[in-house]
Write a protein that binds this ligand. Structure first.
Ligand code: 9Z3
Length: 297
């Protein structure tokens, strides 16, 4: 049975979470970025990307980590920028970043092109990245822990609410379901000499509900559903659509996530298969759904 969602649990998590470092600077940058893109009438998408880590100790040596390379978020960012959106890229430190895959590819031993060609490819990637940043179309915000991720998502969502329907959330980050509450956490490294370890993990409250209801209720919201068991994937994705009241759920299976996704909306299901990559047709499809959403009075 699924645990019941309580707004009190959300309040409790935020109340006990360690304060965000540099919150003032991040807030200022966000406000400037959102305000400018709002004035220019651009559509703005917040893309979350990468895993989240749930620390086991306050001075953290060990943590629980949700798997995600950050590829989905980084590649989608490139396509949303190409589609004319401004992007806030909320990503896990050390996970993939937009345009970097092209640079990494240049270092593969089986690369058939010449050194000169590879240098040009790299220059091109750096140029695209640089332009997006200096033209004020890409803002990157990084996090490490589940506490930082949730606090930053709340900060971004509350600020983006002013964009109303022009705002989109594309929640591709693999968010922890379990965590050790800050107040229950040991201050220092857990000692193995104390014997086998038993940890009580609390459930992370599902923030998508709060995002939809309170933080940014007018925005278009896309969440992701990841499963390893293909027999339950579609059932869980459809449940998520209604439970979180989002506009689309992108269903994907761990092993085939780079070849195929299925987008579930109230209108039905749409299978999207890899073209150059799977993110290109996916972003195109969601851009259209977002346009319809904006035009619908
Ligand atoms: C996804 O399903 C992403 O598509 C992947 C992308 C994490 C699989 P990579 O980063 O992989 O390219 O390596 N993200 C959402 C996963 C998630 O935690 N969803 C929650 C759930 O399934 C809903 S909030 O319960």
């Amino acid at each position: 049975m699924e645990a019941d969602f309580q707004f009190g649990d959300v309040e409790e998590l935020f109340r006990s979470a360690p304060t965000l470092k540099d919150e003032f600077v991040i807030r200022e940058n966000l406000e400037k970025f959102i305000h400018r893109n709002c004035e220019l009438g651009r559509r703005l998408v917040c893309i979350t990307s990468g895993g989240t880590s749930a620390p086991l100790e306050r001075n953290c040596v060990r943590f629980l980590h949700n798997f995600s390379s950050g590829n989905r978020g980084a590649v989608s960012t490139e396509y949303f920028l190409q589609a004319g959106y401004a992007v806030i890229f909320l990503y896990k430190r050390n996970s993939s970043q937009p345009y970097c895959r092209r640079i990494v590819e240049c270092f593969k031993p089986d690369h058939s092109s010449s050194v000169q060609d590879r240098i040009e490819l790299m220059e091109c990637a750096v140029q695209s990245y640089h332009e997006s940043v200096v033209q004020g179309k890409l803002l990157e915000v990084s996090y490490e822990t589940i506490f930082q991720y949730l606090q930053l998502l709340r900060l971004i969502a509350r600020n983006m609410n002013c964009l109303e329907k022009n705002a989109m959330f594309y929640l591709a980050a693999a968010v922890a379901d379990f965590y050790v509450p800050w107040e229950a956490m040991d201050e220092h490294k857990i000692q193995s000499r104390e014997g086998p370890l038993t940890i009580q993990l609390a459930l992370v409250p599902k923030m998508i509900k709060v995002l939809r209801k309170q933080w940014a209720p007018s925005a278009f919201c896309v969440s992701f559903k990841l499963e390893t068991d293909s027999t339950i994937l579609m059932k869980k994705a459809k449940e998520a659509l209604h439970k979180y009241n989002v506009h689309a759920v992108v269903a994907n299976e761990l092993t085939t996530r780079n070849e195929k996704v299925i987008v579930v909306t109230n209108e039905g299901e749409k299978t999207i298969e890899k073209d150059l990559d799977v993110e290109m047709p996916l972003v195109q499809f969601l851009k259209e759904r977002h346009r319809e959403f904006i035009e619908c009075k």
